[in-house]
Write a protein of this length. Structure first.
Ligand code: OOG
Ligand code: NI
Length: 326
């Protein structure tokens, strides 16, 4: 990673307009997210009360249906247009998901602010491999992605408005995708489908970059403890702290909030919404002798990890949502 060549267009004055528009769109996505997810909002305020100006986002994440042009590309287009670069693909065969992540453009004067006005975040986008689902599930997903028509061309707009491009589904359709049986009988891959059917392109989560905090919360273990002491539930799938095999990418997340959702047939039920994640990226072995104050983001572990992500996806699962606090 590091700095990109100067001919990528984003180090030129004309990108300044583009950058401020990009940040406005991110700010609208964030506003939708904070209005719907009281836990995420409260945690950001809590961290901010300890560590006022240093909240930077490591990444933002979206979910999509990989069918009829509604997959990763539909929302990736916006980020590619504004200077993001496509990076590695991740596969989750058991969940019938695939993901891609995108690194942000290098910007001449990284915004001096925090959150969406701080360093630009990475973007993580996944898609459901719809062809591999049961026919019943496929029928529902195809129905709504067809109803939505050209909506797929306006994914970033839908996300910043918090609107579904396909309108509201029937409760029975949501249930068909979300059905939750006992542990050994579960068809868990459909919980992602159910989430996407009712949340569409809304931000799935933002991730606080813990190593960029200044207080003791920069250690993700201290942050996890602090969050739990304040009464919030963390996703316990495979253990609260998710660690990559190289030991350098540490992640944790809350359990998603639920919101009351009115379905097309008038039924109102609670559905899972979004969660907030935390990531600590440790310094790469080849840079371990660099004095701490000189360490930059590119000296740290980049990218994502299938094993961590696989467990973080469970932050919106019924099993985590209904679990009693530890
Ligand atoms: C994404 C889960 C994976 C990460 O950082 O590895 C993830 C999702 O829940 O859609 O966020
Ligand atoms: Ni994430």
């Amino acid at each position: 990673m590091g700095s990109k060549s100067s001919d990528d267009g984003f180090n030129q004055p004309s990108f300044q307009g583009g950058e401020s528009f990009l940040r406005s769109v991110l700010a609208s996505m964030e506003t939708v997210y904070l209005n719907r997810n009281p836990t995420a909002k409260a945690i950001l305020e809590l961290v901010q009360s300890v560590d006022s100006d240093h909240i930077f986002y490591d990444h933002l994440a979206f979910r999509t249906f990989g069918v009829n042009g509604y997959g990763i590309d539909s929302i990736a287009k916006f980020f590619l247009d504004f200077g993001y670069t496509q990076r590695e693909e991740l596969r989750f065969p058991a969940k019938k998901l695939k993901a891609l992540w995108f690194s942000p453009p290098s910007i001449p004067l990284p915004g001096g602010g925090s959150r969406v006005n701080g360093p630009l975040p990475r973007v993580f986008i996944s898609e459901l491999l719809v062809d591999q689902m049961s026919t019943q599930t496929q029928d529902i997903i195809r129905k709504y992605t067809e109803i939505a028509g050209s909506g797929k061309n306006h994914a970033a707009l839908a996300s910043s408005l918090g609107s579904l491009t396909w309108g509201k589904p029937l409760y029975s359709e949501f249930q068909q995708l979300a059905r939750f049986l006992f542990r050994f009988w579960i068809r868990r891959e459909s919980e992602y489908a159910a989430w996407t059917l009712v949340n569409g392109y809304a931000l799935n989560h933002v991730t606080i970059s813990t190593h960029q905090l200044k207080s003791h919360l920069r250690d993700i273990k201290s942050l996890n403890q602090f969050i739990e002491e304040n009464g919030f539930k963390l996703n316990s799938e495979g253990g609260v702290l998710k660690v990559s095999p190289d030991g350098l990418l540490l992640q944790s997340s809350t359990v998603a909030d639920s919101v009351s959702f009115q379905f097309a047939d008038g039924i109102t039920e609670s559905v899972p919404c979004s969660y907030i994640e935390f990531a600590e990226r440790l310094v790469l072995p080849q840079y371990k002798n660099i004095p701490e104050i000189e360490v930059k983001e590119f000296h740290r572990r980049d990218g994502f990890e299938v094993g961590n992500a696989d467990k973080i996806f469970e932050s919106t699962s019924k099993e985590q949502l209904t679990r009693r606090a530890a």
